[in-house]
Design a binder for this molecule. Structure first.
Ligand code: GLU
Length: 412
């Protein structure tokens, strides 16, 4: 199987052919410029454990492309983090920010570690060490980190505070902070809400009504998407996390499921629901993969029962699985559109930090929905006009904007 970065790049190459970039911009080598990130920083963090021992951890920050603005992207803490995956995620950020028209490029960071294996103090030491090593690379005008899997507002506060030791106060150095120290209202919920926004638009386009939803992943993205759906009266019939999955054809009581997860640590054992093996293949009309990448594969794509897949996670569908779903007539709303709500509200946070003027939550949400709806209409329009999948169309729009930026700026 090809690596995640190679898969992403293969899609970029195919899109460049569709857009005839070589013919339109001869000699500009636009795809080659995206094939090598602008800068890759990989380094060791020796972490002092509470018991006095030392753990040696591998850390990365990939600044992929800043053609359209400062690098932007989250920091992931997960045992499976490796450089290739971080590069793939950084490329996805370059495309995502271009697609939803926010003035950023793409980046991603990661540390190969299970945050659940660290105490709070160990985690704080690690995040501060990571930040101090990158203190000359990140900044409000150069590279702005944010939460990703395994990080949240607490970690962003430590990044902000550590950066502050070396620089003047700069709230806009990182987004996804706690609201009390410059975070935006609605940022925590934004990715999940954005997934629902994309789901609603895609369901309307397919003429679906009275549909049921299954969600894989019940972390920040999956749980907030579920809460939003439940508040709209849309039935969520299956939810799974790393430890197990639950199913109720009448619709799960999502606020109660969130409380159950908060008290037990997992969705399994939720009273009144039936245990199932895999939420990906649960009976439903709409599937939201909201956890790790590469979970929908050639091995399970035939077994997916949904007619609509909305990618809350980054890269949940392998290229082979994508081809199977397309052949089967399953609509896939691609990650760079479906989960862009998070980075859109990160942009709003950055704007609010720079202006020193803070918006009400309904204003944040309304502006996010406007941005995502606009991007969806553009993507769907392009898909229809050119007979493309939504993924291909999204890549076309994003790559066209990046290419125009590269040509306008010249060779950097
Ligand atoms: N980690 C999120 C993503 O993959 C958010 C990035 C950000 O807010 O900068 O889109």
């Amino acid at each position: 199987m090809t690596s995640p970065f190679d898969q992403g790049l293969a899609l970029v190459r195919a899109t460049a052919d569709l857009l005839a970039l070589d013919r339109r911009h001869p000699g500009q080598r636009l795809v080659e410029r995206l094939a090598i990130p602008d800068k890759v920083v990989s380094f060791r963090a020796s972490l002092q454990r509470d018991d006095g021992s030392v753990s040696v951890l591998l850390c990365h920050r990939v600044q992929h492309c800043d053609t359209l603005g400062p690098y932007k992207g989250g920091i992931r803490l997960h045992p499976s983090v490796d450089l290739d995956e971080v590069k793939a995620l950084a490329l996805a950020m370059t495309l995502k920010t271009a697609l939803v028209e926010i003035p950023f490029g793409g980046a991603k960071g990661g540390i190969a570690v299970d945050p659940a294996s660290l105490s709070r103090a160990e985690l704080e030491r690690l995040v501060r060490k990571y930040t101090s090593r990158l203190v000359n690379d990140i900044g409000p005008n150069s590279d702005i980190p944010a939460p990703d899997m395994g990080t949240g507002a607490r970690e962003m506060a430590w990044i902000y505070d550590e950066y502050r030791k070396y620089n003047p106060v700069a709230r806009a150095v990182v987004t996804g902070k706690p609201v009390g120290i410059g975070g935006s209202l609605g940022r925590t919920e934004a990715t999940g809400r954005g997934v629902v926004c994309a789901l609603l638009a895609a369901a309307r386009r397919r003429g679906l009504s009275g549909y049921t939803v299954a969600i894989q992943g019940f972390g920040n993205v999956g749980a907030h998407a579920a809460l939003d759906l439940a508040a709209r009266g849309i039935r969520v019939v299956a939810v799974g996390d790393v430890a197990g999955a639950v199913h109720d054809p009448r619709g799960l009581d999502i606020p109660a499921l969130v409380r159950h997860r908060d008290s037990t640590g997992a969705v399994a054992g939720f009273p009144g629901a039936e245990a199932i093996a895999d939420p990906l293949t649960a009976p439903c009309d709409v599937l939201l993969p909201c956890a790790l990448g590469g979970v929908i594969t050639a091995a399970n794509a035939e077994a997916i029962r949904a007619s609509l897949v909305v990618e809350g996670a980054n890269g949940p569908t392998t290229a082979e699985a994508d081809a199977v779903l397309e052949r089967r007539g399953v609509t896939v709303v691609p990650d760079i559109l479906a989960n862009a709500g998070g980075v859109v509200v990160s942009y709003f946070e950055w704007v609010q930090n720079r202006e020193g003027f803070y918006w009400e939550e309904d204003e944040v949400n309304a502006r996010m929905v406007r941005k995502l709806d606009k991007a969806f209409v553009q993507v769907a329009g392009m898909a229809e006009a050119r007979g493309l999948s939504l993924r291909r169309a999204a890549y076309c729009l994003a790559l066209e904007r990046i290419s125009q930026g590269m040509v306008a700026r010249g060779a950097q």
